[in-house]
Ligand binder design. Sequence first.
Ligand SMILES: [Fe+2]
Ligand SMILES: [Fe+2]
Length: 153
Amino acid sequence: MNPRIIEILNQARSAELGAISQYMIHHYELEDAGFSKLATKIKEVAIAEMKHAEKLAERILLLKGEATFKPDLIPQKGQDIAQILATDVGLEKKAIQMYNEAAVMCAAEKDAQSKDLFEELIAEEEEHLHLFENFKRHIDKMGAAYLATLIQK
Ligand SMILES: [Fe+2]
Ligand SMILES: [Fe+2]
């Protein structure tokens, strides 16, 4: 067991657990406010992050480590849509940067499987970032007219 690898896998798992709770809160709040379309998209991303947390735990257990259950953040509540998207863009950027550094570290420690896992996660986080940035850009540009399109599913 390489404790540095376990540590970085657990750091990633904590970030996933933090993102899951943040995205679920955003999903519930947006659904409650009637923005079903955006709420559904954020829920889908939350479910993708659950799968990431699961894959990280499986890798940690395979390496005989102990998987953390501690999120790395206290989720924000009561944000408006612009703040929600800024928060979520920030979480994806944080994950992409962390996982890129983790992949380099895993390669240096000669753990190709962990490196591959991080690269797989980076590809999906980049898709999430793209999705959130698109919503954010449309809202910044078109404001209320675009918000109206986020009401239906
Ligand atoms: Fe993730
Ligand atoms: Fe993500």
